[in-house]
Design a protein around this ligand. Structure first.
Ligand code: ATP
Ligand code: MG
Length: 441
């Protein structure tokens, strides 16, 4: 069936026709959710799941890239993580999305004397996503709706726009010709809307790896067919806090002290915390492998009181085990969503070494961040002039929405609303697919 996308954009035939089209047509465009931790691609094609399979029969591709040092081979997703863990010489990058809008974006990382601009790494990853989506769909895509957080950068509209422009340039350089953006929580809202039978006022809560994003929106079967949803959206908002920040705080509170964080030099001064911060943060781990950082570490070794802890730190850096340790911390964090306590395995640094962590310590480590997320939600309700009692539903999505403390505290702000959970890793990709069909036909 041919549908004129311009007519749809202009709102002609909105309502039942658009609704019919979305359920019966094959879209010419795809949606891409380039996530801090995981990426997905969606496509509307009747009789098929909206999410395209990207790796090993799975719809998610971890946002990871491993650049092999010896032969310049590049691996992606789960394969990138397993190549790194298998000990191949090279460079692992995760959380590349966090570079967008940051001062690091124009920088580079080094592999065996070769300089790799971060922009090239991001381009390689997006190109791979496009190619895998096309292989899975059995067709090419030149039009795309890319998801974006409500704010790439908090409180800096110019830097935020630059981040979006950079992502658009990168997408264009991979072969996309028509590029539109959609707020990630709004995409999640469209996914939820495709499954409800009555009208609801919904607060979408999308807490991912890098950002927490919110949309307060009226959803319903009769509204789903409208081309222009501006009147339905009461407020959007977000803050640059996500699961990778929780990993960082948990690492600083648990693993890093065993590597010398919080210890002193012989002159009584504290060992500087900068490189511990870099090692705890997914997208800055490689900075701790630079020559400059190494000079800093050897200085610390010569002057620190607790040299055994600093020796562990040097072993971690020499063996490029920073990402391995971050993975152990992340695993412990995820376990704490279900268990009262667990431990962070540090045995790759020293046989038998592990640090116990429990829910109270984790809550303490992320308490400040959770408070900021709560304030963002309170502001959104105030900005929309909506009383908490008027919100019918909280729709949770994003992997970090599984953190019990966060979920409880946000649910407590809107106590009468019913809590719904989507496909926490897939709802945005599915919503972007719907939006792509609506925007491009
Ligand atoms: N059960 C769980 N408990 C707590 N955190 C979890 C759980 N499962 C996954 N996570 C965290 O969720 C995050 C990934 O979620 P998701 O894939 O939704 O993020 P993303 O879409 O890549 O990021 P963003 O949307 O912010 O760019 C990671 O930080 C991961 O550690
Ligand atoms: Mg996400």
């Amino acid at each position: 069936m041919y549908v004129d996308p311009c007519a749809l954009r202009a709102g002609a035939g909105a309502g039942p026709l658009l609704s019919f089209v979305l359920h019966h047509m094959t879209s010419i465009a795809c949606g891409i959710d380039f996530g801090t931790s995981n990426s997905t691609a969606g496509w509307v094609c009747p009789g098929r799941d909206a999410l395209l399979l990207l790796e090993d029969g799975k719809p998610t591709l971890p946002s990871a890239i491993f650049f092999h040092a010896e032969d310049a081979e590049v691996s992606y997703g789960r394969a990138a993580l397993s190549d790194y863990l298998a000990g191949y010489d090279g460079r692992l990058m995760r959380s590349m999305k966090s570079l967008l809008g940051s001062s690091l974006m124009d920088g580079h990382t080094e592999v065996q004397g070769r300089s790799l601009p971060f922009r090239t790494l991001l381009t390689r990853f997006i190109a791979e996503l496009k190619q895998r989506a096309e292989r899975s769909a059995g067709r090419e895509f030149s039009s795309v709706v890319l998801g974006r957080p409500v704010y790439f950068v908090d409180g800096n509209p110019e830097a935020d726009q630059l981040a979006e422009d950079t992502l658009a340039d990168i997408a264009r350089s991979t072969g996309f010709k028509d590029i539109a953006f959609q707020f990630e929580p709004l995409a999640a809202a469209f996914d939820y809307e495709s499954r409800i039978a009555r009208e609801e006022l919904v607060l979408v809560i999308d807490i991912g790896g890098g950002t927490s994003d919110f949309t307060l929106i009226r959803l319903g079967p009769d509204r789903a067919g409208r081309a222009d949803r501006r009147d339905d959206i009461l407020a959007n908002g977000g803050v640059h806090i996500g699961g990778t920040d929780f990993d960082k705080q948990l690492s600083l509170a648990s693993a890093m002290p065993l590597l010398g964080l919080g210890t002193q030099f012989r002159n009584g001064k504290d060992v500087p915390s900068t490189q511990y911060g870099n090692l705890s943060c997914w997208h800055t781990i490689n900075i701790a492998y630079s020559k400059k950082a190494w000079e800093h570490f050897t200085f610390i070794r010569s002057n620190a009181v607790e040299r055994d802890k600093i020796e562990r730190l040097l072993k971690l850096v020499t063996e490029r085990s920073g990402h391995w340790l971050a993975m152990q911390v992340e695993e412990a964090k995820i376990a704490l969503s279900q268990l009262p306590d667990t431990q962070v395995d540090m045995s790759r640094i020293e046989a038998g070494l592990a640090v116990p962590v429990d829910q109270a310590q984790f809550a303490d480590a992320i308490g400040g961040l959770v408070g900021k997320v709560e304030r963002t939600v309170t502001d959104i309700l105030a900005q929309a002039g909506v009383a908490a009692a008027d919100v019918d539903t909280l729709f949770f999505t994003g992997g970090s929405s599984r953190v019990p403390l966060l979920r409880e505290r946000l649910a407590a702000l809107v106590p009468d609303a019913k809590c719904q959970e989507g496909d926490v890793f897939g709802s945005i990709g599915m919503g972007l697919a719907l939006d792509a069909a609506r925007k491009f036909g």
